[in-house]
Design a protein around this ligand. Structure first.
Ligand SMILES: [Zn+2]
Length: 57
């Protein structure tokens, strides 16, 4: 199962998609913005395949 979520890029403010890879629990990953290609640090919490919280910095 691939869980995806849409976030707003902190650099250019455009929406970009992150793939959370079907992992459960706390996730820390770096996703490149589709628009400006800068790396975005994403922290997410997934419980039973549902994204309960997602933060970008
Ligand atoms: Zn961007």
């Amino acid at each position: 199962m691939d869980e995806t979520s849409t976030i707003a890029c902190p650099y250019c403010n455009s929406e970009t998609l992150v793939i959370l890879d079907g992992v459960d629990g706390d996730i820390d990953l770096v996703s490149d913005c589709e628009n400006c290609c800068r790396p975005i640090n994403v922290r997410a919490t997934v419980e039973h395949g549902v994204v309960v919280s997602i933060q970008v910095e």
